[in-house]
Design a binder for this molecule. Structure first.
Ligand SMILES: O=C(O)CCC(=O)C(=O)O
Ligand SMILES: [Fe+2]
Length: 320
């Protein structure tokens, strides 16, 4: 991964409060206002977002610091992540304003009912599961929505309340391939072949084992700058050789992963084609002081999901 200086942007931001509409972040009026607000983002941020979308840099992610998140963050929700939190909507507004500079924010019906801005906070009933609201387990490396046909191009995570124990993990395709070249030469070739299948996440279906996709490749696109789809939990193989390749890939991803501890006002944008991400184990308290991120998904071209989407919410999303 390149040195932090090339992918961390730490600048002064203006307070957007007077521009935030008094309606839900899912309302078209709110999303449009956030788009219009893009011209008030710091110029260094506007420039870096253009460059990030153009170049899809090797870092696979961008970290914007000091993003305004509003005054008086209320208690972190702990029963579920859908209930209105009673906060002002500054963080939602800034998250969508930044996302709109990269593409179109969308929701997926099974994820927080399709909310454009989801709350990622620990929920007791899911603490040991492979879902974003877990805490007692490492959330293993994954491509966001690996099993979704219209998977997001970017995943944006804005931290409202941090926890020094909880690190977001990131493994880029560049680092993974470099590791494979050194430690398992020849294996990467197999990752270009359609020999890997995906299960649908338990958030989306009741019977996960019935949901296997047709075989797909892990790597696609330009050999000099490949796109990766990988899920350490949900990926299956079609034969013993690809089984070995997947084991080497999992080893590589775990070996090269970076740990990023998000602090309030940090906005991490993962290029979901160039990097896989996850989260380390941490201790949840369920007392209102827990870690709290807000998350948005962004696609580069919303029209490809026409017919499978109502407004900005994708409804029937799986790979064949
Ligand atoms: O909690 C984190 O840092 C990442 C969780 C995650 O994978 C997600 O929200 O998509
Ligand atoms: Fe994720």
């Amino acid at each position: 991964m390149p040195s932090p200086a090339s992918w961390v942007v730490d600048v002064q931001w203006d307070d957007p409060s007077s521009s935030v509409p008094a309606c839900s972040p899912d309302d078209a009026v709110f999303v449009r206002a956030a788009g219009h607000y893009g011209r008030h983002l710091p110029s260094a941020v506007q420039n870096v977002l253009v460059d990030f979308a153009d170049e899809s840099p090797e870092a696979g992610a961008l970290l914007l610091r000091g993003v305004p998140i509003g005054r008086d963050i209320p208690a972190t929700p702990s029963l579920d992540n859908r209930t209105p939190t009673g906060k002002d909507r500054c963080s939602e507004f800034m998250l969508l304003a930044v996302c709109r500079r990269l593409g179109q924010p969308i929701g997926y019906l099974p994820e927080s009912g399709g909310a454009l801005v989801g709350n990622v906070c620990p929920i007791r009933s899911t603490e040991e599961r492979q879902v974003a609201t877990s805490s007692k387990v490492d959330l293993v490396l994954h491509t966001e929505g690996s099993y979704i046909r219209y998977r997001p191009r970017y995943v944006a995570l804005l931290c409202l309340r941090g926890n020094p124990e909880a690190a977001t993990t990131l493994a880029t395709v560049t680092d993974i391939l470099e590791y494979l070249d050194t430690h398992h030469p020849g294996v990467a070739r197999m990752l270009w072949e359609p020999r890997f299948r995906l299960l649908v996440d338990e958030t989306y279906v009741e019977n996960v084992e019935d949901s296997l996709s047709s075989p797909i490749p892990v790597l696609t696109g330009d050999p000099a700058k490949p796109t990766i789809v990988f899920d350490a939990d949900l990926m299956r193989c079609t034969d013993p050789e690809s089984e070995k390749a997947l084991a080497c890939l999992s080893e590589a991803a775990a070996a090269v992963r970076q740990h990023i501890v998000l602090e309030p006002g940090d906005l991490l944008i993962v290029d979901n084609q160039r990097a896989t991400h996850g989260r380390s184990y941490f201790e949840a308290r369920y007392d209102g002081t827990d870690r709290w991120l807000q998350r948005a998904f962004v696609v580069a071209d919303i029209s490809v999901s026409d017919g499978n989407r109502k407004g900005r919410v994708i409804e029937s999303p799986f790979l064949d």
